[in-house]
Structures are given as structure tokens and as C-alpha cells.
Write a protein that binds this ligand. Sequence first.
Ligand code: HAM
Length: 424
Amino acid sequence: MPTFQTVRGMRDLLGEEAQIFAYIFGKARNNAQVYGFKEVMTPLVEPLELLSAKSGEEIRQRMFIFKDLGDRQVALRPEFTASIARLATTQLKTEPKPLRLFSVGSVYRYDEPQKGRYREFYQGNFELMGSSKPEADAEIILLTNNLIRTLGLKDYAFKIGQVGVIRGILSQNGVDEKVQNAVLQRMDKKEYDAAFQLLNDEKSRIMLEGLLKIKCRNWQETIDQIKAHVLGYEKAEAAAKNLFEILELVSKSANLTINVEPAFARGLEYYTGLIFEVYIPELEIAIGGGGRYDRLIEAFGGDPTPAVGCAVGIDRIAIAMQTQNTILQAGEGKKVVVIPISEAIRVEALKIAQNLRVEGVTAEFEVMGRKMGKALEDADKRKFDYAVIVGEREFNEGNVVIKELAKREQTVIPIGKLIEKIKS
Ligand code: HAM
């Protein structure tokens, strides 16, 4: 019988890697909590129509689609935003706004597998629904920044744009929305020639090429240049002004690297305003991204509800943490093995292990009945901090032996002092 492998693009997560993922989930949850976002859990399988309605060609072509046994067209979620927007039109329709909703879990896209690109991957997702104000956009950027910072990443930058600039130019020149979507799709992939070929009018082409050429020292100057470039295109001007307001709020309340890219576009079709992605220098692919989508909830049959959100790619953050050597933070807390010297003392040793766990110390009890030397060798190999060795003679005197594995030092200490020693 041949052994089974995982499906292409999908991975088993084991050992330290699983631990890092769980650590990032925990930090994402914690971040949600401190920003007032409530967790919601939505199904992995959703109606195909919901997921494909406003996501755009790129995502539509990469979904895992199938018919369930009831002949329904369904798909594995390629992101969370559509599911959360569905919630805002149903169960949460009458909830007071704003809604601050957080989710974490796996999502599925038929992408070409490579480093940092998988077909099953994990996102931490934040949606803020009900506000059209720049304060809401600022909050989303700030919480993304806070999450990345608390994960220990130091070297990263925000690439930021406002899709209303390009859309404003194109709609004023009479380019219909379908063509706009196709143009943005190609600009997202930096296929500028292909994008411009879709435009029949010279004016639009010149305007977009002009955006591409803007290069400035800082984001303030870049936005000034955009404003000057789009003079007379009212919607595009308003979009540039909106971006300035958002970034002023953000930059005055946090320290982060902001690169405004005038011709920046993102693959998802539902964006109407701010768009952004986060990059580290060591990876060419984004570790997170998001933006404003003011018409999605309405398109799903809900009341008009402006919204803004973001998702971080947990798999890519794990890679970023490894590259920037922040991994050690994942190993919070000391790890201890508890080894009884003989069967006669195992109940007492088990009780000691239990007490350590009550105090929040990770304690593994020796369950293999191995000889002391073997058990210690194993603990050493698995990078445990301490071995607590419980022998009858010491125990009867109220003591145990504690061995600091890295230093190979061992001492006899009173059982009552064990926690203090381990936590010191
Ligand atoms: P997205 O940019 O498509 O946005 O995905 C967010 C993040 O998921 C990316 O920045 C990346 O880190 C990660 N990611 C995407 N594809 C893959 C892949 N094949 N393998 C590993 N990681 C990947 C969204 O999904 C939007 N729903 C974000 C949002 C929320 N916008 C508004 N609200």
C-alpha cells in the first residue's frame, strides 16, 4: 500500500511550526481584544455565489468549487470578508454600528505553490463596519501595525494607495466599471501595458501613465503630486484628499513606514477607497493587506454600510518571524520534565507535575518508564529547561533534585521552592 501525501499546496504543521502558528493566532486574538473586535466563526464552505459576487476575476478563477450532495454550488472560502459582509446583512443587520469583527482560520486559493504561497493558508481578519470616516481607516492600519509589531517584526513597511484615484479618473472619462475592474486587475499584477491596452481613450491612458511616474521623497509630497495630477477630476481629487486625512491620523499616532504608491491596485474588486499591503524586505509577497469597501454589504442585499478591513497572512508572518529572528519569543514559559526514580514514587512525582501545571508551568511527566539517563537525554534533545527528578530518599526529606539541562547543573531543593526556582 503506498503512503498518502497531503494534497498539493496543503501542509501538515508540526512541532515548532505548529507552535508558532498557535502563537500568532493568540497574538491576533489579543490584538482583536485590545482594539475591541469581537470574534466570529463562520463556515468554511459558503455558497459559490456569495464568494464570487464581488471578489473579482483573480479570486473567482482560483476557488475550490464543488457541488454538495444536495446539488448546491458551494466553495471553500478564499477569504473572510464576504462571509462577514453576509453576517452584516443577516444576523447582525440590526446591531448598533460600528461592528468590529475578528476571525482567524484557514482559507483556500488555487494559487501556484511556492515559498509563502499555499493553497490552504491561514488569515487573521479584522472588519470594521458602519463608518465612512477616515478614523475607521486609520484604526485598521493602526491595528495591523500593532499586530505586526507585537509579533516582534521590526523591519516592515506599508504600501498604501486609494483606489478612488484611478476609478475617479476612469469613470469621469466614461470607462465602464467592467473595464475598470479589468484594468485594475492587470495593474495589480504590474502588467501596465496590458492594462493600458484595455483603454480606448488616450486621455485615460495618459492619466494612468502619469500616476505611474510620480516619485517623491515622502507620502505627503506624493499625495500633493497626485492632487496636482488629477486636478479637475473631482472624485479622484476627493480620493487623494481622503488618503491624506487617513495618513495624517495614522502618522501622528504611531511610528510606521508609509510608502504611498499612486498607481497601486489590489486584486480584490470590492475596494472603493483606501487600499494597503504590508511588506518585509526579505519577502516579495505581502504579509497582510486590506482596504475600504463601501458597497459590498449593500450588494449583498443589506442596508448601505461603509466598511474597512484587513487580513494578515499567518503563514507569511511565520516566515517573516523566522527571517527576522523573532522566533524565540514564541517559546514563552519554561518547560520541565518530571521523572520519578522508581515506580514506588510515581504518585508523588505525578502530584508534583500537577502542581507545576496549576502554576502555569509546562510539565511533561515521564510516561515511558524509561531509565533516568534515557529520559534526561530525551529532555535535553527536545530543549527542555529543567528536569525534576523525584527520588524516595529526597522526597522523604521534603526535597527533589532539579537539573538545569543547558548548564548540566543539578541541585537538591525543597519541594516548596520548586516553582520559584523554575520561574526565576
Ligand atoms: P488578500 O490580500 O487577498 O486580502 O489576502 C490577505 C493576506 O493573505 C495576504 O497579504 C497574504 O499575506 C495572505 N495570502 C494571500 N494568498 C496567500 C497564499 N496563497 N498563501 C499564503 N498566504 C496568502 C484579503 O483576503 C482581504 N479579504 C483582506 C480584507 C479584509 N480586505 C478588507 N477586509
